[in-house]
Design a protein around this ligand. Structure first.
Ligand code: IVH
Length: 686
């Protein structure tokens, strides 16, 4: 291919990806790949100046914004940064600056935050407008959304700011918050967000700011744009200090270093800290500290010449997909797992990666034998990101979900809509399930692990490896068998010292004393999570009443709709389950207190509450206890049966849903007032 053809091909590809990435927040390729294409185009254009043209993507910043938001013309463009991947490139950047400056070059060095750039305009210290980057020249007016971020000062603190100026920075979601967002999506059977950056982009570009308000968006300032009036210091590092003083969050790792050695040492240091940071970064940024010297270097159409992004290698790797196998979960759900040629990514060697479900395999068109890109972000389970179709061998094989469970041979059933509710981005994926129930050893193992888990029966020391051996050696078949274990049965097991065997037996013994709610949860009925278990315990007050309740009676429980009622009914009418429950009770599993509440008098009794977000002084547990003591109910999800949603800081989708359904939303103060008006309910005796 001639240089001219290659340049053309690269431009088309980059433009396409620009649109996918900037305008639609739906990148087709990962950043590393994009950066590589961009770098190749830049290099070719440098080598063949005759091929350079004004419409090359290297001559502009991004793609046009979507039409829904008002457009904002940035007073000064939001440029990009030039990327460097090697020490040599950093050295060349440093040389370029030192040649024109006297003495050692001083830099402000910062994290390269992996979020979305925004520009915030301040008029006499008041936040008047905020915009996304858009194509760098024109962005979208997301003022109302940005106002919902508590990180962004609506009125600056202190004084001495310019009469009018733009603050530039990054909007992002912390990993921990991202995990909770996804946990919530999972709980509701909705699609998970791909990564914090995408989740942040989606949240920032919501047309309804009330929805944005429920998302855990954060902001960090890293610079300024247009300025009118005095009030700025002489160096970038002082500027960041001043921004912090005015009330903007500035990333803590920001500092001032000297010379090339200073830059590279910072890069290495942050590289080591990277995985421990609470948010994603994709490199570090070096900026000439002396603001007055900026003019000497100026800008290209794409980036300033006095700053550089030194990027980390993406935590992605290319490897071969050797096979696809099936993992069977506690409720029989089949998850396809890619068996990979071992590959080092994100600090560990990866041999398995999740393919999520059959729909994902089809969507990504993954075949056995394919060369695939694997990603590992932090502690997240590695996943197959995409296939490199050009590397597909002729004998690559399509994968079909098995008709029979690979572990026990039972028929696999597919249910398209068992999770009901539609997700933000579509319908929940279809689930393929082994119909073997506890006949299936895989489900049995998972059921035992669940039974023993901390929030269920809390049997410390009963982990994966042990359960695996207990089930494979037919020592334990059901949770009831655990209570028959003795030293002799455990003696032959691998890697179980006498002492730990003793500890395990003690933990099993201790678990006999439990609560009805824990016990119900431990049984592992499908769709019965902790909160539902608590509600069932509270409502029925005794196991016998729960076991004999029909679907209509079950649906009277706050958290229970037709699907859950059916699952509970099915579980309770299954003779095998009844037998296990009887054996457990015969072995001495018992609960003393009744968790049923008598409807009492007052504003809280008989009312259904949902707690969400961080309350200013009470933990949610304590608030829940108070409500229950006053005869109220606490449920996990918002429905038409909910009377009050108590919302704290960073309340999420529950608040969103409450607003949608018109449920009363109160804060901690209002809750305390209601509780004041409610005498404690009389506890029901067993
Ligand atoms: S300065 C004129 N500083 O990286 C330079 N940008 O590739 C303006 N970014 O769009 C950017 N952390 O969204 C700067 N500490 C930092 C940054 C940073 C992240 C993003 C920013 C920009 C992109 C440039």
């Amino acid at each position: 291919m001639s240089a001219s053809d290659r340049v053309q091909a690269l431009r088309e590809a980059i433009e396409r990806h620009n649109i996918e990435y900037h305008a639609r927040n739906a990148p087709l390729i990962d950043d590393a790949e994009y950066d590589r294409l961009f770098a190749e185009l830049q290099a070719l254009e440098a080598e063949h100046p005759e091929l350079l043209s004004v419409d090359s993507p290297t001559q502009r910043v991004g793609a046009a914004p979507l039409p829904e938001f008002a457009r904002v013309l940035h007073e000064t463009p939001l440029l990009s940064l030039k990327n460097a991947f090697t020490d040599e490139e950093v050295a060349a950047f440093h040389r370029g600056l030192s040649e024109k400056l006297a003495g050692e070059v001083e830099y402000s060095v910062e994290l390269k935050l992996d979020g979305l750039a925004v520009s915030l305009s301040y008029e006499n210290g008041i936040f008047v407008r905020g915009a996304t980057r858009g194509d760098g020249t024109t962005g979208e007016d997301v003022t109302a959304n940005l106002r919902t971020l508590r990180d962004i000062p609506l009125r600056l603190r202190g004084g001495g700011w310019p009469a009018h100026f733009e603050v530039r920075g990054e909007v992002l979601i912390w990993r921990r918050d991202f995990e909770s967002m996804n946990a919530r999506q999972r709980e509701r059977g909705e699609k998970e967000f791909v990564n914090p950056r995408n989740a942040a982009a989606g949240a920032l570009r919501q047309l309804d700011p009330r929805v944005t308000a429920t998302r855990p968006l954060r902001f960090f300032a890293y610079g300024i744009g247009a300025v009118k009036g005095a009030g700025l210091p002489g160096t970038h590092s002082e500027l960041l200090g001043r921004l912090a003083g005015w009330g903007f969050p500035v990333a803590a790792q920001t500092r001032r270093v000297s010379g090339l050695a200073g830059l590279l040492a910072y890069y290495a240091e942050i590289g080591r800290q990277r995985s421990a940071l609470p948010y994603d970064i994709d490199g570090v940024v070096y900026k000439l500290d002396e603001l007055a010297a900026y003019e000497r270097f100026g800008f290209t159409a794409h980036h300033p010449r006095f700053a550089l992004a030194h990027k980390f290698a993406a935590e992605e790797a290319v490897t071969e997909l050797l096979d696809i196998s099936i993992q069977v979960g506690r409720t029989g759900a089949l998850t396809p797992v890619a068996r990979l040629k071992p590959v080092f990514v994100g600090g560990v060697t990866v041999i398995n990666a999740t393919l999520h479900n059959e729909d994902e395999i089809r969507r990504k068109d993954v075949r056995i034998g394919d060369t695939v890109v694997v990603r590992r972000a932090g502690d997240v389970i590695p996943e197959v990101v995409r296939v490199l179709p050009e590397k597909r061998p002729v004998d690559a094989r399509r994968f079909d979900m098995p008709q029979n469970c690979p572990v026990c041979g039972s028929i696999v059933v597919r249910s398209e809509d068992e999770k009901g509710e539609k997700g933000e981005k579509g319908v929940a994926a279809a689930v393929a399930r082994c119909s073997g129930g506890l006949y299936c050893p895989a489900q049995r193992k998972q059921a035992l692990l669940h039974f023993a888990s901390r929030r269920a029966m809390d049997i410390e020391g009963l982990g994966d490896k042990l359960v695996e051996q207990l089930v494979d050696n037919a020592i334990v078949r059901t949770p009831a068998d655990l209570y028959q274990l003795g030293v002799a049965a455990l003696a032959g097991l691998e890697r179980l010292a006498e002492k730990s065997a003793g500890n395990l037996l003690a933990a099993i013994e201790k678990s006999k004393q439990t609560t009805l709610a824990r016990f119900i949860y431990a049984l592992g009925m499908r769709n019965v999570g902790e909160a539902t278990a608590r509600e069932l315990a509270r409502h029925f007050g005794s196991l016998e009443r729960l076991l004999t309740a029909d679907e209509a009676q079950l649906q009277q429980v706050a958290d229970v709709g037709p699907t859950v009622a059916q699952c509970v009914r099915q579980f309770c009418s299954e003779p095998h389950n009844q037998m296990v429950i009887e054996q457990l009770r015969a072995a001495g599993v018992s609960w003393s207190e009744s968790e049923a509440a008598m409807p009492g008098a007052g504003a809280v009794a008989g009312k259904v509450f949902v707690l969400t977000g961080a309350l200013p002084s009470l933990t949610r547990d304590v608030a829940g206890q108070l409500i229950m003591t006053a005869g109220g109910k606490v449920t996990a999800s918002v429905s038409k049966k909910t009377d009050f949603v108590v919302a704290g800081a960073e309340a999420g989708s529950k608040l969103e849903k409450a607003l949608r359904l018109g449920v009363s939303v109160i804060d901690e103060g209002e809750l305390l007032a209601l509780l004041q008006a409610s005498p404690p309910a009389a506890p029901e005796s067993t």
